[in-house]
Design a protein around this ligand. Sequence first.
Ligand code: 15L
Length: 268
Amino acid sequence: MNKKVLITGAAGHLGGMLFRSLADLGYKNLVGTDLKKKNVDKNQKFILANLKNLKAAIKMTKGIYAIVHFGAIPVEDTQFNILQNNIIGTYNLFEAARINKVKRIIFASSNHAIGFHRRTSKLNEFSNKRPDSHYGLSKAFGEELSRFYADKFNIKSMCIRIGSCLRVPEDRRHISTWISYKDLTRLVDIGIKHKAIHHEIVYGASKNKKSWWNNSRAYQLGYRPADSADRFNSHLLTKNEHKDKMALLFQGGVFTSANFKGDIKKIK
Ligand code: 15L
């Protein structure tokens, strides 16, 4: 792929991983951007910028074909910080994309956009959003934002509801939610290249037997995960949530129980 692709959050965990893995896959014209320049190689093109600044977002999206948007606070934070960084930052980026006629955006959504669904429910791309945190709410907003920009302005988008993207699973919950770096790279690649995409919601999960998600839409688009959490023994995973009874009920795990003041019985 010779077209110019911008990766936001390129100094972060997953943005940084994709900056390298997409280059390995043959992407020749990648540009990374982030608030800080770290873990970036000398040969990688990088722009230091803050998405809270619309002018900066407009400047960095000139001549860009597709954006891989991973630049955000990746966990729960205050309402103010999430609003500024994840919601306003993402809104600015989409608006800049519209102004500069960017064709596609791959949005790093999260399982925390649907975290208040029970673990007994099997979800698909049509399931209701049920954010479990300010963070999850910002991801639900990003999904609707991308749908709006697709319908109204024809900017194609793929939202990947990422489960737990780590080198290996670390928590018993990851037996259901894990996605390997390679599989996430494959999904992003489909989002950038697939011709039939308008606005898509797919689950960022490897081929896990105990998954809570029916990811058939991703499979229809050609996703063939090569990895699976099944080969890991869940009982050997030490960093687990088994002491948190509420977390065990819901797909979002400990994000649901943090600062919880609600009524569990009402969350059906
Ligand atoms: C996420 O969205 C977070 O960015 C990551 O830190 C993990 O908490 C992950 O979800 C998860 O649910 O495992």
